[in-house]
Design a protein around this ligand. Structure first.
Ligand code: 0A1
Ligand code: ZN
Length: 883
């Protein structure tokens, strides 16, 4: 029915997996580094699987082959063929040594995959990105994660141009060469897949610290950045040390090399990369200082540093058999990071943040044409599968497993997993097998979660029998298999729950047939389509608090009354569920506004409950800020069928206005003044929480009285001791269309003229101004000298913020937003297919738009799909969204 992209690329399928016919035992790489041209020799010791009589085939993309020798003999052109990104070599045996020499062009590599240049020809540095399939852009190799090899890497370069030479592993000598050149050698004793190879070369500064591991190894920690950024690396160093200690304490995992390098670059397609011994970070996930980094970004830096470090075990020591198992390392590592961040900061706030992200990014992905299981069954371009589903939903699955085993049981399971699979490439079955075996339990029912797309629904219904003093909770998952070709088994859904009486007191829980002491919170696991759970000795009709801490990644449907939700919002000691009750209540209030309901009971209950919490001195400022924030526009859109993002924006604004009005201008002003009186630049939890609440109060005031909020914001902007307060004030000025906004924008632009990461916030905040006018702003900002399509962070800051972070601006009824995106994708795809493909996922969900927008979006996508020469990355996404 729809025009599909010209080239429908070949699909790789999980069920076609075969063990490698050829392995590489050792790799010796010898680089002659240069910006315009780099040459390298690779010496591979080959091992043949005797069971497979296949010719030697190596991956290689865009490589200029200079010479090739097998077992010391130069090969004639008739003895090998290089076509279709595969090099086939005749005559190789088990134990053969293959030597190739190739030439690369790093400065011309705009895709930022393989070996490339970060920064300018004169001042920039060279680096590599190999996950997922970048190594084949560097040399000929069986570039698949189940080929593990020991690496020895020698780097040679001009000393003045490349004073710093780094590769993964331990240093193994360095010295001078003729003509002002020098060399350095690195040996990695741990076998690793090619995607974990990395090198960095150029002019970089470092900060360093010694670290002694729990098992007594002294490790040199070195963080490298360009000279103007090195002072912003100290926070990351502290975060790294905290991560290392935490992994020792929590999982008994020690670091395993003598040196750990971390490098910051401004040119990076993703957040960061866990290369063995040489992590490489997008500067925005590593650099931090109070003047240019918000509190939220500080937390993000800590989280990403931890994530990459934790990969050393979950990903590097135990890696993935194939890319279908990506969540084996990513879901697990996200889970480990989330637990770490919860321990370092506030656990309920972290959970709220993570579940919000899941709902904002993963639920829509799982509900649209790009939906895929946590373990996909097929792909065309693996780089398109670094998704919220693989990462965030993957983490939720690990969280369920950890919950099922309990803390000690999960640790036992993880110990066994690491012990069994250390130095090997594993599967999700291996993971569940180890966790289960260590605990004498069978976790295979959870495999079903990995194989199906879509967010499951969980229906909950309560019935109270006063005569028997019994409360029956009925849980159901709508008939699995409906609408799908193959019948699906029901999923195990762990539901953590508590019961409250109508005064808000938690009740002791006595589950039918259970003999142990009553607890105030228990987990029941729904394993069938429908089950009843009966609780005895319940004196009065209770209010259930379900799915506490978001114990399973499902959409809960429960017909709470607004008063029941208000009771949980007011009393649930589980901070997450308290917030969750408030979110559900806010949705009810929103729906009353939307439907013009005669009865505004939910709205009244919601604002009354929040008004009373606003004066509750026991509540944490940051939690209060979150309670005062209704679900975002993307989440609200998920619940509708003919989506009109502009109307959703207006209704949500109205909802917040109603809340602000109930709290009252006087009260909001007073609270703002109290919070502002404590303005500091400190990073402790209380100071951060104050800033968060101050921002929320100012935003609410802005809805009520934009003139006086504008004055407060202008003052806050100019007096701000740090970025959190400054950016919050700028945002409020722009949203309220305040007369002071223009000056503040000019000031910000000038103040951060030399700080790309801070300038990105200047782009993003303008791209996110709601409504029709945002698009003209984006067109103007594209002409700013600071903007370029060549840098992924700039693209994300301006175009990404617009298409993804500004629904009412992007979804213009005239379709101009869609046409702009389609045009930019064409230009971007020619430079960087990975970044183009990621941006293109903003078209996801177009089918659910109201008809005029849907037609306009469809037309833009079809025009794009009809273009020839799209990358495999972009073609797969565009083909996917049209489905
Ligand atoms: N493994 C990294 C993510 C990553 C994936 C691909 C990249 O280049 C295309 C870079 C990084 C992580 O999870 O942190
Ligand atoms: Zn990762």
């Amino acid at each position: 029915m729809h025009a599909l992209p010209e080239q429908t690329p070949a699909l790789i399928r999980l069920r076609d997996y075969r063990a490698p016919a050829w392995r590489v035992e050792t790799v010796e790489l010898d680089f002659d580094l240069g910006i315009e041209a780099t040459e390298l020799s690779a010496r591979l010791l080959l091992r043949r699987d005797p069971a497979q009589q296949l010719p030697l085939q190596l991956d290689g993309e865009n490589l200029q082959l200079l010479s090739i020798a097998l077992d010391g003999v130069q090969l004639p052109a008739t003895a090998y063929r290089y076509a279709g990104n595969v090099l086939e070599v005749d005559g190789a045996r088990d134990g053969s040594v293959l030597e190739t020499r190739v030439r690369l062009r790093p400065a011309a590599n705009t895709a930022l995959e393989g070996l490339y240049l970060s920064g300018s020809d004169e001042a920039g540095f060279l680096l590599t990105q190999c996950e997922a399939e970048g190594f084949r852009h560097i040399t000929f190799f069986p570039d698949r994660p189940d080929v593990l090899s020991c690496y020895r890497v020698t780097l040679r370069a001009d000393r003045a141009r490349f004073p710093v030479l780094l590769a993964g592993g331990n240093p193994d000598g360095s010295g001078e060469l003729e003509g002002g050149r020098h060399w350095a050698c690195f040996v990695d004793p741990h076998p690793k897949p090619s995607y974990l190879f990395a090198l960095v070369a150029g002019r970089l500064e470092k900060i360093e610290r010694n670290y002694v591991t729990a098992n007594g190894r002294t490790v040199q920690l070195k963080i490298w950045a360009e000279a103007d950024a090195i002072d912003r690396c100290h926070y990351a160093m502290d975060a790294l040390e905290r991560s290392m200690r935490w992994d020792e304490r929590t999982y008994g995992r020690n670091y395993d090399l003598d040196v750990f390098h971390v490098v910051a670059t401004h040119d990076f397609n993703m957040g960061a990369m866990e290369n063995k011994g040489l992590n490489i970070f997008n500067a925005k996930c590593l650099l931090a200082d109070p003047d240019s980094t918000t509190d939220e970004e500080y937390r993000h830096v800590e989280a990403v540093v931890a994530h990459e470090y934790f990969h050393n075990w979950s990903g590097n020591r135990v890696t993935c058999r194939d890319w279908f198992q990506l969540s084996l390392k990513e879901g697990l590592t996200v889970f480990r990071e989330q637990s770490f961040s919860a321990d370092m900061n506030s656990a309920p706030l972290k959970r709220i943040e993570d579940v919000s992200l899941l709902r904002r990014a993963q639920f829509p992905e799982d509900a649209g044409p790009l939906a895929h299981p946590v373990r996909p069954a097929q792909y065309s371009e693996i780089n398109n599968f670094y998704t919220a589903t693989v990462y965030e939903k993957g983490s939720e699955l690990v969280r369920m497993l950890a919950g099922a085993l309990g803390q000690a049981g999960f640790r036992r399971g993880m110990d066994l997993y690491f012990e069994r699979h250390d130095g090997h490439a594993a599967t999700l079955e291996d993971f569940l097998g180890a966790l289960g075996d260590a605990n004498g339990t069978d976790l295979t029912p959870y495999l079903a979660w990995y194989g199906q797309a879509g967010t499951p629904r969980l229906k909950a219904r309560g019935h109270y029998d006063a005569a028997r003093q019994e409360y029956t909770l009925t849980l159901a998952q709508p008939a699995p298999g409906k609408g799908t070709a193959e019948p699906r088994p029901p999923l195990p859904i762990p539901v953590k729950l508590a019961l409250f009486d109508r005064e808000g007191t938690m009740l002791p829980l006595r589950l039918d047939g259970q003999t142990s002491e009553p607890a105030s919170e228990i987990v029941v696991v729904l394993t069938q389509t429908e089950q009843h759970f009966v609780f005895g000795h319940v004196a009065s009709s209770p209010v259930p608090s379900l799915l506490r801490g978001f114990s399973a990644p499902v959409i809960l449907e429960c017909d709470y009354t607004p008063d029941e939700l208000a009771l949980l919002l007011g009393h649930d000691p589980d901070g997450f569920n308290r917030w969750e009750a408030g979110q559900q209540l806010a949705v009810r209030a929103y729906e009353e506004l939307r439907d013009g309901a005669a009865n505004s009971h939910a709205l009244d209950v919601w604002r009354a409950a929040l008004a009373s919490l606003f004066h509750d001195t026991a509540i944490d400022d940051a939690l209060l800020a979150d309670l005062l924030t209704p679900p975002g526009e993307i989440e609200l859109a998920e619940r509708e069928t003919a989506v009109d993002p502009q109307r959703i924006h207006q209704l949500r604004q109205r909802l917040q206005w109603v809340l602000a009005e109930r709290l009252g201008g006087e009260v909001l002003h007073r609270r703002y003044r109290e919070l502002a009186a404590h303005t500091t630049i400190d990073m402790d939890a209380i100071s951060q929480a104050r800033r968060r609440l101050k921002r929320r109060v100012l935003e609410l005031l802005n809805l009520l009285d934009s003139a006086s909020a504008g004055e407060l914001a202008a003052a806050q902007y100019h007096d701000a001791p740090g970025m959190t307060d400054r950016l919050a004030a700028l945002t409020v000025l722009l949203r309220g269309d305040a007369p002071q906004a223009a000056l503040a924008l000019l000031d910000f632009r000038a103040r951060y003229a030399d700080n790309a990461l801070a300038l990105d916030k200047w782009f993003a905040v303008q791209a996110q101004v709601p409504g029709e006018r945002a698009l003209d702003g984006v067109l103007m900002l594209e002409r700013d000298p600071g903007f370029t399509l060549k840098n992924p962070n700039r693209v994300q800051a301006l175009l990404g913020a617009f298409v993804r972070g500004n629904p009412s601006g992007f979804h213009r009824i005239d379709g101009a937003g869609y046409r702009l995106l389609a045009e930019r994708l064409v230009a971007l795809d020619a430079l960087n297919p990975q970044v183009a493909a990621r941006l293109a996922t903003a078209f996801n969900g177009w089918q659910r738009l109201e008809s005029q927008r849907r037609d306009a979006a469809h037309a833009a996508i079809v025009t794009l799909a009809a273009r020839t020469g799209l990358s495999r990355n972009l073609a797969e996404i565009i083909g996917g969204v049209l489905n």
